[in-house]
Design a protein around this ligand. Structure first.
Ligand SMILES: [Zn+2]
Ligand SMILES: [Zn+2]
Length: 371
């Protein structure tokens, strides 16, 4: 079938909207008509070349839609089912899936190639005869996408798809950063650096886990105001200010955790975050740095004597096939706030405007709504 989608054909460029050929689903696959796809910064990293993706590639890794075709002998799915696509697949059988770390599934190794998770040389999209990858195996900036069932989670029909799409990346990454990776406990003091489409879910996670003080750090007042509406107890324009405040609130000890949820991680952020946490404190890193950045400063003295931890956090350390449903149930139960997070919606053809708005800071989260 034919489908329109947004692809990157050369580095340091913008998304181009083109008409492509999409294969029918094979065994273990479904074709999804996309209803909504979030504009996450990671797709911008693909266009800029920060992520060394195989080109051409169809962007988008935060989508939800309706199943329009099911591959032969593919159990558990029917035409008409609603699905949220996970930015990482989970096979359920590898050592990571089997030990509760589905976010590290062995099938995630070629997300920048965008071929099938199970078959690295097999593609489902093509443009003028050339194979096109699907970023994170799902390429949701596309009217239709054929995906592995390992990348899809069935949704209850009452879950609105234009909100559900966010659970495929930003919600899970942020919420899991404070709940799972930081292991926030009741009474804790948590700093969240960066209050965009990931940070405000880190704030909600900290609140759900019982943090007493949640300090939102963002230079933009509008983002700090929004953070306060979703559970932050304090807002600071700089990490230095947040660090001082954390000490004031804890009799001089410092924060229990600092979740770095910035768009782009720089080496200096690591030192700032490590200085903001107290004894036994943890710095959780969800933000992505440049692949060539290998140097950052830290006090080795402090690290040992104060027993501090640095914890990388991939996709919030969630296991998508259960955690995404849990987050959907929390939304439907009124506990997770998604509605106000979508600050702007766009048509597929307006995707580059959406990214310009994200860069300028006028978006918490932009979402493409398909016709
Ligand atoms: Zn993302
Ligand atoms: Zn696995």
């Amino acid at each position: 079938m034919k489908t329109r989608g947004a692809i990157v054909r050369k580095l340091n460029s913008e998304y181009e909207i083109v008409e492509m050929d999409l294969d029918e689903p094979r065994t273990g696959e479904i074709t999804v008509q996309m209803v909504a796809s979030g504009l996450c910064l990671s797709d911008e990293h693909v266009a800029s070349g920060d992520f060394p993706a195989r080109l051409p590639i169809c962007g988008g890794h935060e989508g939800a839609g309706i199943v329009v075709a099911v591959g032969p002998n593919t159990s558990g799915w029917e035409v008409g089912d609603h699905a949220v696509l996970s930015c990482l697949p989970g096979c359920g059988r590898c050592r990571y899936c089997a030990t509760g770390h589905q976010n590290l599934c062995e099938m995630t190794d070629n997300i920048l190639v965008g071929s099938r998770p199970e078959e690295p040389d097999s593609f489902r999209l093509s443009y003028q005869g050339e194979k096109v990858g699907q970023f994170c195996h799902i390429g949701t900036f596309c009217e239709y996408s054929t995906v592995s069932v390992l990348s899809a989670v069935k949704l209850p029909k009452e879950m609105p798809l234009d909100k559900a799409c966010l659970i495929g990346c930003g919600v899970s990454t942020g919420w899991g950063a404070t709940v799972y990776s930081a292991e926030t406990k009741p009474g804790d003091t948590v700093i969240v650096m960066g209050c965009g489409g990931v940070g405000n879910f880190a704030i909600q996670g900290a609140a759900h886990a019982g943090a007493l003080n949640i300090i939102a750090v963002d230079p933009l007042e509008s983002k700090r105001d929004f953070a306060m509406r979703v559970g932050a107890t304090h807002g600071c324009a700089s990490i230095e200010e947040a660090s001082e405040l954390a000490k004031e609130l804890t009799d001089g000890h410092g924060a229990d955790a600092n979740a770095i949820t910035l768009g782009t991680l720089k080496p200096e952020h690591m030192l700032q975050a490590l200085e903001s946490v107290g004894k036994n404190g943890v710095v959780v890193v969800t933000a992505l740095g440049n692949a060539t950045d290998i140097d950052f400063k830290l006090s080795l003295f402090d690290l040992t004597l104060k027993q501090k931890r640095i914890q990388g956090s991939m996709y919030g350390a969630v296991s998508p096939s259960w955690d995404m449903l849990k987050l959907v149930n929390m939304y439907n139960g009124g506990r997770l706030k998604l509605d106000g997070v979508i600050s702007q919606t766009y048509k597929l053809d307006e995707i580059n405007q959406g990214y310009a708005d994200l860069r300028s800071g006028s978006n918490v989260r932009g979402v493409i709504l398909f016709d």
